[in-house]
Design a protein around this ligand. Structure first.
Ligand code: SAM
Ligand code: SF4
Length: 346
């Protein structure tokens, strides 16, 4: 029997989970709470920002909580990560976390954030039931931070990271993107800072997901270059721990003063799509089965119609089934998705 891509059929025996036709099961849900942001990272959006989504198009708090519940109770979702845009600018974030935690006590609940304002909300988020945070921080030098993000806010970001650790939102993971000519020489100092403070640092290769379409393969700082710069400064050996579906390759780093693990996420040069277990929901309630998907499924319309939870779950399963085998960045025919990273939810 052949499966139609346009009218996908679910495989036999897959009634419960979010499986795709390449045998993967998604259990890790990224939910974007807003496309708005208070930084302007140059690898993400232009200096003037983007045309933000009208509020009425954005999922309400009730809709977010309901969708996450459907994911957890009908579809086998085990990890939920709130992202954006910048999730801390979403009013109601603490309330959303409280309600999701109440509805799904066992789910692993985290937040990806630039940490601006986290100093004020970290404790409330921890009290609401958030488990941990991933903070995006590309430099600990004020001038480089301002050059990457186009805002002079390093001090606030560092205060946010410290508050997260103090509130027990641990392990605090730090995500860093290196840009040639700006912070590409700073891998060792970021590493030393992270290890000394007990944060888990991961370097991420820059992907073609910026709204301005400025990404260029030759400008991208590769995983190989990042490792070479760490090896020039420290003792670095690959970790023997199994990687599973985690995107980061892990390395044991010894600076001479401190030892720990650093990750490298080589999304472009060493894709890990075969082990991907993620699914995303945009701030306007569209399911995306991949960051690089070229189609979406409108769960908001289902929610705002009269679909019951089982019908929404069935639509979500159908959307997942058509997930492509790989992101295709390295194919000559690759086309960047219409939505950029901040509009999808990274
Ligand atoms: N504003 C929050 C933040 O920065 O953590 C959450 C949203 S942001 C889109 C999520 C992650 O995507 C960040 O770690 C950011 O560094 C990463 N990111 C954005 N654009 C990227 C790109 N073109 N390539 C690789 N990572 C990117
Ligand atoms: Fe904002 Fe995050 Fe994009 Fe930076 S990466 S502009 S903090 S959404």
């Amino acid at each position: 029997m052949t499966q139609s891509v346009d009218l996908p059929l679910l495989p036999r025996g897959a009634a419960g989970g979010l499986v795709d036709r390449h045998g993967r099961t998604a259990t890790d849900l990224r939910v974007s709470l807003t496309d708005r942001c208070n930084l302007r990272c140059s690898y993400c959006m232009p200096p003037e920002g983007l045309d933000w989504m009208p509020v009425e198009e954005t999922l309400s708090d009730d809709e977010v909580v309901r969708l996450v519940g459907i994911g957890v109770h009908h579809l086998g979702i085990r990890e939920v990560r709130f992202t954006g845009g910048e999730p801390l600018v979403r009013r109601g974030l603490v309330d959303i976390v409280t309600r999701v935690r109440r509805d799904a006590p066992d789910v692993d609940l985290s937040l990806t954030t630039n940490a601006l304002g986290l100093a004020r909300t970290a404790q409330a988020l921890a009290d609401a039931g958030l488990d941990r945070v991933n903070v995006s921080l590309d430099s600990i030098r004020p001038d480089s931070f301002a050059e990457v993000t186009r805002r002079d806010r390093l001090h606030d970001a560092l205060a946010g990271v410290e508050a997260a650790a103090a509130a027990g939102l641990t392990p605090v993971k730090i995500n860093a993107v290196l840009l040639r000519g700006i912070n590409d020489g700073q891998a060792p100092e970021l590493t030393r800072w992270a290890l000394e403070n007990g944060y888990e640092l991961r370097f991420i290769e820059q992907m073609p997901l910026d709204a301005q379409h400025d990404w260029s393969r030759t400008e991208m700082v590769t995983a190989e270059e990042i490792l070479a710069s760490l090896q020039a400064a420290f003792t670095v050996v690959p970790s023997e721990e199994a990687r599973g579906s985690a995107p980061a390759e892990r390395f044991l780093v010894d600076t001479g003063d401190v030892q720990g693990v650093v990750g490298v996420i080589a999304s472009v040069t060493r894709p890990f799509c075969g082990d991907c277990d993620r699914v995303r929901i945009t701030a306007d309630g569209q399911v995306r089965n991949c960051l690089f998907a070229r189609s979406e499924s409108d769960l908001r319309a289902a929610l705002r119609g009269d679909a019951d939870d089982a019908a929404v779950a069935a639509q979500w399963r159908r959307a997942m089934w058509t997930k492509a085998a790989g992101h295709g960045i390295n194919d000559p025919s690759f086309l960047q998705p219409t939505r950029s990273m901040s509009a999808i939810g990274g």
